[in-house]
Ligand binder design. Structure first.
Ligand code: MG
Length: 157
């Protein structure tokens, strides 16, 4: 078995749609990024790559690449899972925490879990949401951060 850890953060900006966990969440701001800015998925992708010692998201999906401009992070996660699969590993479970002062994520977590489960190939996907008690960049609502760990298992041949 292999464990991986990932972290990501993106700036919140007016006029962008807010994508988190592959789901669009109604809010007056969205996450700025070369792709759709989905910080939760990016943290999970880095956890998957970390577990197989395959570098990070920027190595596989460079933010200078035209191919990834406005890219759906869910599609990138699909690719990351298939890269892990080619390396002989499948995902056992993911646990994650999103740090956001607003909006309230609780009503959306179940849909995010279902969306990510379908791509990760496991029902064992956990997403927790925290505020940062008004401290730091997340607490001031300047951005959203996400942390994830992921356990992979060597596939039986
Ligand atoms: Mg990112």
């Amino acid at each position: 078995m292999r464990i991986g850890f990932g972290y990501d953060s993106h700036r919140l900006e007016a006029g962008r749609k807010l994508m988190l966990g592959g789901v669009e969440i109604p809010f007056e701001k969205g996450l700025l990024g070369h792709s759709d800015g989905d910080a939760l998925i990016h943290a999970i992708i880095d956890a998957v790559f970390g577990a197989i010692c395959a570098g990070d998201i920027g190595r596989h999906f460079p933010d200078t690449g035209e191919r990834f401009r406005g890219a759906s992070s869910l599609g990138l996660l699909k690719e990351a899972v298939s890269i892990a699969g080619n390396a002989g590993y499948r995902v056992l479970n993911v646990d994650s925490t999103v740090v956001a002062e607003a909006p309230k994520l609780a009503p959306h977590i179940e849909r995010m879990r279902e969306t990510l489960s379908a791509v990760l190939g496991t029902g064992a996907v956990s997403i927790k949401a925290k505020s940062n008690e008004k401290m730091g960049f997340t607490g001031r609502g300047e951005g959203i951060a996400a942390y994830a760990v992921c356990l992979l298992e060597k596939k039986k041949t």
